[in-house]
Ligand binder design. Structure first.
Ligand SMILES: [Zn+2]
Length: 277
């Protein structure tokens, strides 16, 4: 018995060493350790699914052309933005609180005028504009219910505490509006409807409307000079698509399959295992 006991682990160890060698040789060229560490430090690139199907994604594109489904969609993690009487999704609320604090530090007194709006609230707001201005102008000013970023809890309208130029284009020329445009990305927000973006976004200039997309992506968008979220989003979708393998990659894959053929037959290994039992 003792001879068997001593012999069996040695036999198994021998088999595992033989198996381990070609597997290690296969794995090594695909992902060198240094490259892997570098990649892990980068923000995780969004998948096509997250960008185009997930309404809970911080990068979800919601507009008249991309309505919510169901139209009365409500995010799950809403919470109050401290001192504002308005709600946003948890991370966006924390980010907005930091932004307001940052503005105060720079002597800008900003206030939250609106943030999360339910389907019903958006419906009555849009109908109000429609009654006042007619459908065409109302559509340039406000989103029909089910197509508003306010409904996903990631958008906030910001104004001056003084009320001067609130929800007017002239807000962009105030010190507070300029501070917002210059600093929003540091907190994960973008000015969603820029002055020259109406053709793409479908909305007039709204220097007060912020959209939360996360710090990494907001900074990436500023750097990309995409101009509008629509353009930035389209570029992200393009980059996220699974690309077909190149000829070199196919060759490499074939070679690694050839290595598998030279592995010792598993049958031999299992004979030893049966014997051990
Ligand atoms: Zn807004």
């Amino acid at each position: 018995m003792s001879l068997f006991r001593a012999g069996i682990p040695a036999l198994l160890l021998g088999a595992s060493l033989v198996l381990a060698a070609p597997i290690a040789a296969q794995a090594a060229p695909a992902a060198p350790a240094a490259a892997r560490v570098h990649v892990e430090k980068q923000p995780k690139p969004p998948t096509t699914e997250e960008l185009t199907k997930d309404q809970g994604s911080y990068l979800a594109l919601v507009s008249r052309d991309h309505p919510l489904d169901p139209v009365n969609y409500k995010p799950k993690d809403l919470r109050g933005v401290a001192g504002s009487g308005h709600e946003l999704r948890k991370d966006a609320a924390t980010a907005l609180e930091s932004l307001l604090k940052g503005a105060r530090k720079d002597s800008q007194s900003l206030a939250v005028l609106s943030a999360y709006r339910s389907y019903d609230r958006q419906l009555s707001l849009f109908n109000g504009y429609k009654a006042r201005y007619g459908i065409e102008y109302a559509t340039r000013l406000s989103a029909p219910a089910g197509t508003s970023e306010h409904q996903i809890g990631l958008a906030a309208d910001i104004g001056l505490s003084s009320g001067h130029c609130n929800l007017k284009a002239c807000f962009g020329d105030t010190a507070g509006g300029k501070w917002l445009a210059a600093n929003a990305a540091d907190f994960g927000f973008i000015v969603r409807y820029p002055a020259d973006g109406e053709k793409v976004t479908g909305y007039k200039y709204e220097p007060w409307h912020l959209r939360y997309i996360g710090v990494d992506q907001a900074k990436a968008m500023a750097k990309s000079k995409a101009g509008t979220f629509e353009a930035f989003h389209a570029a992200l979708v393009k980059a996220s698509k699974v690309k077909p393998l190149t000829a070199a990659e196919i060759k490499k894959q074939r070679e690694s399959l050839l290595v598998l053929r030279f592995l010792p037959p598993y049958r031999d290994w299992s004979i030893g295992y049966d014997f051990a039992r």
